[in-house]
Design a protein around this ligand. Structure first.
Ligand SMILES: NC(=O)c1ccc[n+]([C@@H]2O[C@H](COP(=O)([O-])OP(=O)(O)OC[C@H]3O[C@@H](n4cnc5c(N)ncnc54)[C@H](OP(=O)(O)O)[C@@H]3O)[C@@H](O)[C@H]2O)c1
Length: 390
């Protein structure tokens, strides 16, 4: 089966790389921008699909110690090769391949090596794999995954606070779209800058912690950028998604919102209420912009900025995460900061902010492709988490 590579320059590299006789893992440890692009059909595929297990929706956090079932044991020896999900070309879910001989990434001075216990998917993982950000992406092949929760097993020479054995979580890519790491979190090990991480909240297990970083940092940064403060009202478009479910909680519990409204379809209205919204709007039955009430801030987490600007008070702010922007709305791309997680840890530890985990998950590591297919339906409630990881 031939793979289409439109750029002739790449085609030359492509045929070169498909003829390489080096072991796959060795090719990964070389520095190779384009020469490394290879036919995905030569990757080993050792997984099989099986039916998804159902676990009821979990909006969960408490002030007790995390349950032992997902705690990691101390890792004493680090192998040179690991299991990972990887793709060598952009495309649909079928470009994702499982490989058990990917080189464990090197740790730079300011980085730690994490034994991944749980990871989570974000829409950006799917969009990146589809090639939507190829102009600013790091070179292929790619091990996807932004969100991680796991245990530090090695520290770089300039690492100041973290040490081996620390249980950490974070979004491993400082800039989501500008050169995100080639070796992501859908693997046994990932190397991450200390400044992007925080200690895992004590009351959360690794699955719950992995459900948070990129979404909660986006939720927080968006609220800050609107100048949100106590006493203001907010409308959240897509309150049941990974980001929106945390915008609702942060607005109420951290920023002191006077009123929180949010949209979802009928099936997710109860989830919105459980998160503390004052007004749950069923977008299948009413248009939020036709309501007489207007809001100080509209947080658009679905791509409806043209409608969002009709629901904001004069002088208010509309922040958008995706889609076309209509003035006075504005869009931003999240910057990963461990400091934000550290600041929010007390609210997670006292149970005021709770991760929302989609009931179809967690997906085991063998079902990463199924997890991608699911998040790409745009129907996930809260986060799609991958656990256990070998
Ligand atoms: N700019 C940034 O830095 C940044 C950061 C994070 C995310 N994003 C983007 O922001 C968007 C949201 O991310 P996410 O992780 O929150 O997504 P997500 O969790 O995958 O969103 C899924 C949710 O969308 C809801 N939904 C679908 N159509 C809707 C509609 N018309 N109105 C309201 N809700 C609707 C679904 O609920 P129902 O089934 O009830 O419809 C589902 O619960 C994505 O496009 C993502 O790429 C951007």
């Amino acid at each position: 089966m031939e793979t289409t590579i439109p750029n002739p320059k790449l085609r030359a590299f492509h045929s070169l790389s498909t003829n390489l006789s080096l072991p796959f893992s060795l090719r990964f440890s070389l520095t190779f921008p384009e020469a490394s692009r290879k036919k995905s059909t030569s990757f080993r595929q050792t997984t099989s699909s099986s039916s998804l297990s159902y676990i009821p929706l979990r909006v969960s956090a408490n002030s007790q110690a995390a349950p032992a079932s997902t705690q990691a044991t101390k890792v004493s020896s680090i192998p040179s090769e690991m299991k990972a999900w990887i793709y060598g070309e952009y495309g649909g879910v079928d470009v994702l391949k499982f490989d058990d001989k990917v080189s464990v990434p090197e740790v730079k001075e300011d980085q730690v090596l994490i034994k991944v216990v749980a990871a989570a998917l974000n829409p950006v993982d799917a969009k990146r794999r589809q090639g939507k950000f190829k102009a600013t992406d790091s070179p292929l092949p790619t091990v996807p995954g932004y969100d991680v929760a796991g245990v530090v097993v090695k520290v770089g020479s300039q690492v100041k606070e973290l040490k081996e054995g620390d249980e950490v979580y974070g979004d491993i890519n400082e800039k989501a779209l500008e050169g995100p790491k080639q070796f992501g979190s859908l693997s046994e090990y990932t190397a991450v800058e200390e400044k992007l991480l925080a200690l895992k909240p004590k009351n959360l297990d690794f699955v719950q912690a992995a459900a948070l970083p990129l979404a909660i940092e986006t939720a927080y940064e968006g609220l800050e950028r609107t100048g949100f403060s106590a006493g203001k009202s907010i409308l959240v478009l897509n309150g049941s998604g990974g980001v929106g479910s945390l915008v609702i909680q942060l607005a109420k519990q951290v920023f002191g919102a006077s009123k929180v409204a949010a949209t979802s379809s009928t099936r997710n209205l109860e989830t919105l209420k459980s998160l503390g919204v004052d007004l749950a709007i069923d977008y299948t039955k009413e248009n939020f912009e036709d309501l007489p009430e207007k809001f100080d801030v509209v947080y658009d987490a679905i791509g409806q900025c043209d409608r969002a600007v009709k629901a904001v008070k004069e002088g208010g702010s509309v922040v958008a995460l995706t889609g076309a922007v209509t003035p006075p709305g504005f869009r931003f791309v999240v910057t990963s900061k461990g400091e934000v997680l550290k600041k929010l840890n007390p609210y997670l530890e006292n149970g005021k902010i709770k991760p929302v985990i989609d009931p179809k998950g967690p997906f085991p590591f063998s079902q990463v492709a199924e997890a991608f297919s699911y998040i790409e339906t745009n129907r996930a409630t809260g986060k799609v988490v991958i656990h256990p990881i070998p």
